[in-house]
Ligand binder design. Structure first.
Ligand code: C5P
Length: 245
């Protein structure tokens, strides 16, 4: 499984996301479509982005009773997405039902990953508001083990937890990690942040990067910087760009 940078396309409309993707003349980045855009535009936006040649992580973070999640995942499996997700807090039964719903009659399905704790949540809030008294890392690992036991492909977690998740659940169990910021960037509302280079050292499989790319003065250059820091060597598209210069 190759490492990749996923751009969080947290835009409010089709026009905005298309204008953003139009900037990428050389690359076809893996993109994350979240609730905001999906609720605004519906499934047609996924078909359009897929037709442009992008892989899609549909980030709807389902969390409901198992029967509802099974039926909703069956609908999502008919959309052209490569990865989707749910909250591990919904329990193992909910995750198993999700997997069942997502699996198509031919046995194929998008990757399914579980959110452990949001990267905007810190240990104090978890303890004081959610009444979860365990240390963050223990909670994340426990949720990851539940997700693995349910048959999921990986978890969304902080890069800071990636190596512990791999130790507990195996190196093939994917870690998809938001909370990424450049060393010289603004952290915004993210509480636990890491640079792309550090995420690579910590063993993240995919980094999810939003504002450091989407709000950058030059988003294409910011994406390339992420690829360089995270993947190490320039990717094929960047190499082509370098050759043209
Ligand atoms: O702009 P920024 O890089 O903070 O965007 C991070 C993206 O990752 C957002 O779309 C956010 O919803 C998502 N995310 C997160 N923490 C999680 C799961 C998803 O920040 N645990």
């Amino acid at each position: 499984m190759g490492k990749d940078v996923i751009i969080a396309c947290d835009f409010a409309s089709r026009a905005e996301v298309c204008a953003f993707l139009d900037r990428f003349a050389e690359e076809k980045p893996y993109v994350k479509i979240g609730m905001e855009l999906y609720y605004a535009e519906g499934p047609s936006i996924l078909r359009e982005i897929k037709a442009r040649g992008h892989r899609i992580f549909l980030d709807l973070k389902l969390h409901d009773i198992p029967n509802t999640v099974r039926k909703s995942m069956a609908v999502l499996s008919g959309l052209a997405v490569d990865m989707c997700n749910l909250h591990a807090a919904g329990t193992r039964a909910m995750m198993e039902a999700a997997l069942e719903g997502l699996t198509r009659p031919d046995g194929s399905r998008p990757l399914l990953i579980a959110v452990t704790q949001l990267t905007s949540t810190d240990e104090a809030r978890m303890r004081e508001e959610l009444w979860i008294d365990r240390p963050m890392e223990e909670v994340v690992l426990h949720y990851a083990e539940n997700a693995r036991a349910a048959g999921l492909d990986g978890v969304v977690c902080s890069p800071l937890e990636a190596s512990a998740v791999h130790s507990a659940c195996g190196t093939g169990f994917l870690t998809v990690t938001p909370g990424i910021r450049f060393a010289d960037g603004d952290r915004g509302d993210q509480a636990r942040v890491t640079t792309p280079a550090r995420a690579r050292e910590l063993g993240s499989d995919y980094i999810v990067v939003g504002r450091p790319i989407t709000a950058a003065p030059d988003p294409v250059e910011a994406y390339r910087r992420c690829m360089r820091e995270f993947i190490g060597a320039p990717d094929a598209a960047c190499r082509q760009c370098a050759e043209k210069q």
